[in-house]
Design a protein. Structure first.
Length: 616
């Protein structure tokens, strides 16, 4: 072999002598093998072609990804059987996926998030939709011998609010199926059920809402009289997060279109019978949710209103003269009850916690100035005319409110100008008084600056979604109401009717704040699972349990100290493991000098003598 033709990897022992083979043919073969030119590599590939290796386990997964790239819409023709749960026989699925499909078929219009361990997973068409919208990786899961792998995409359970908020912004509804138990019965699945339904108009979570504007859910009933050729409509609107509930009844499709343009509802409920007249009043990009006609029927609506507000008759609501508004209100309440999260009482499992809504307030046409959509656009009240942004609008330029409640109120005043001269004068006088009295204004702003959003805090509490910190924030806000009343007494001018409620604070609210302060600590943890949010001395049973825990902690410390003294090792520590329970641990340097009655457990040493410690 010539001196220039060295092996590619050199001599293993770095010999200086020539280790080449003496036969010429072998030398030529070696030179051919170590040649790295593109032409020689291509020739070698043609002489010795290689076959593609396919992992059978990833075949169906690759087909899923490839099919997702080829098909841009989930409802396109030619989708394989695993693309939609309706194309698969439920009995051929694994028990877990069979339960998923059962829940999905009850909620076909909603994205179903199914809790599996630390993740909420979606399967079939929901997985494909979720992966596209949230840009998640589309994976697969074995669904049974006859079916193979099906699409799967998931989100971490601790980040569910953030991802659900993005889905809500896209106008989608989400059904959350959570675990109802921590440990399954032997031979069965964990109990799971839908515990929350999120729709654009029913969300109450703080991170999914705009703090300075209402999140309206609207229900519409239309009736076209052929005899008089008149178009009648009833509209019910509710903000679940604040408890506001408004109803109205008018005629003319133009007025309905103007009202919806002003409202900018997050979700609109429409019965199937009202869909035929949709084109006459439909604004652009109307977020419509179609529901059955039954909840909008007059008898069903009356029953729903009486049940929700615990009334013997609806005559006290004043809606008997406005049948379309009554039907719209009943349909809206029935929808809220259907999407309400489940709460179970230990004694009465069918006991419900109804969403707290105010008694429906009837809005009459003569109360406020009617502004059509074109006028609102030209005046740029809440959005600019050019690009529809909030920045640059009239509200953006004058809004200097310190609370979210004030921001929503100012928006409402701007969108619905008064026409009653007495109310206009009363509002102007109180505003001018606050402008002139600078010291009073500074005191009021200081009190309001630290006040939370009581409307939405109370909404979350009534729905059972408030944490301990939300409850404490409610107490802090209520405690500031008497201080506000004391300062507002100095205003001597004529005031609006709503001003009197600020001066006369309900003593029941003050009692509630005192109760919260007496029972909850000032800085409770974020999660209820962390515990320690209730003061000692509030409940005897709770105090007894805490005493037992203190005794156990004291016993553990005594046991730890006893083992240190008996073994002569001051580095002994007691720790807890979810599988082993409590155990004693030592450093590696002392691992060989532990007492003989200790039993080694996976790089730790557990004391056989202390077995009652780990009995749990």
């Amino acid at each position: 072999m010539p001196r220039s033709a060295k092996p590619l990897q050199g001599s293993l022992f770095e010999d200086t002598e020539d280790l080449s083979l003496e036969t010429g043919n072998t030398s030529e073969n070696i030179e051919t093998q170590i040649s790295l030119s593109e032409q020689d590599l291509a020739k070698d590939a043609l002489k010795r072609p290689r076959k593609r290796k396919i992992d059978e386990r990833d075949t169906s997964k690759n087909n899923i990804s490839r099919h997702l790239q080829q098909n841009t819409e989930s409802d396109e023709d030619g989708l394989p059987p695993w693309s939609d749960q309706s194309l698969i026989d439920k009995d051929e699925l694994t028990p877990m996926l069979s339960h998923y499909v059962e829940l999905k078929r009850k909620n076909p219009e909603r994205v179903l998030l199914y809790r599996l361990g630390d993740f909420f997973e979606c399967f079939f068409e929901d997985a494909i939709k979720l992966s596209r919208i949230l840009e998640l990786t589309l994976t697969g899961k074995e669904a049974g011998k006859k079916i193979g792998r099906v699409p799967m995409a998931g989100i971490p359970h601790h980040a569910a609010d953030r991802y659900c908020g993005e889905l809500i912004k896209r106008g989608l509804s989400v059904a959350i199926c959570d675990q109802l138990e921590t440990t399954a019965t032997k031979g069965s699945l964990l109990k799971r059920d839908i515990t929350r339904v999120l729709t654009p108009g029913t969300v109450i979570e703080e991170g999914m809402l705009n703090a300075r504007r209402n999140n309206w859910l609207a229900a519409i009933i239309t009736n076209h009289s052929k005899e008089s050729n008149t178009f009648f409509w009833g509209l019910a609107t509710a903000d679940v997060s604040t408890g506001e509930f408004l109803v109205m009844q008018r005629q003319s499709p133009e007025l309905l279109q103007q009202e919806l343009s002003k409202l900018q509802a997050a979700e609109i409920l429409l019965s199937n019978c009202s869909t035929s007249n949709l084109n006459n009043w439909q604004p652009e990009r109307l977020p419509i949710t179609n529901i059955p006609n039954t909840p909008f029927s007059l008898p069903e609506a009356e029953t729903t209103l009486k049940t929700h507000f615990k009334l013997q008759s609806i005559h006290g609501l004043g809606l008997q003269e406005w049948p379309l508004a009554l039907r719209a209100a009943g349909g809206l309440l029935q929808y809220l009850r259907a999407t309400k999260p489940k709460h179970f009482d230990q004694i009465q499992e069918d006991k419900r916690i109804d969403i707290a809504l105010d008694v429906p307030k009837i809005i009459f046409a003569e109360n406020t100035l009617v502004l059509d959509s074109q006028t609102r656009r030209n005046l740029e009240l809440t959005n600019t005319q050019r690009d529809g942004r909030f920045q640059g609008s009239l509200l953006w330029s004058i809004d200097r409110t310190l609370t979210s409640m004030g921001g929503r109120c100012l928006r409402k005043w701007l969108e619905e100008p008064l026409i009653d001269i007495k109310e206009i004068n009363a509002r102007q006088k109180i505003v001018s008084t606050l402008v002139e009295q600078r010291s009073l204004r500074k005191v009021l702003r200081k009190l309001l600056r630290s006040m939370g959003d009581l409307e939405r805090l109370a909404g979350r509490a009534s729905a059972g979604h408030a944490g301990a910190r939300d409850i404490v924030a409610i107490a802090e806000g209520i405690e500031k109401l008497p201080k506000l009343a004391i300062e507002l007494v100095h205003i001597k001018c004529e005031t609006p009717s709503w001003f009197k409620s600020l001066l006369n604070v309900d003593h029941r609210l003050l009692n509630l704040a005192d109760t919260i302060r007496d029972e909850l600590i000032d800085t409770p943890p974020l999660s209820l699972k962390d515990g320690g949010l209730i003061h000692d001395g509030v409940n005897q049973i709770l105090d007894g349990l805490r005493n037992q825990l203190d005794d156990q902690d004291a016993w553990l410390k005594e046991q730890e100290e006893f083992e240190r003294k008996s073994s002569g090792n001051n580095n002994i520590r007691i720790h807890q493991h979810r599988n082993f329970g409590y155990f004693l641990s030592v450093t590696k340097a002392k691992a060989n000098a532990v007492p003989e009655h200790w039993i080694s457990r996976s790089k730790t040493c557990c004391c056989n003598k202390s077995r009652p410690v780990g009995a749990s």
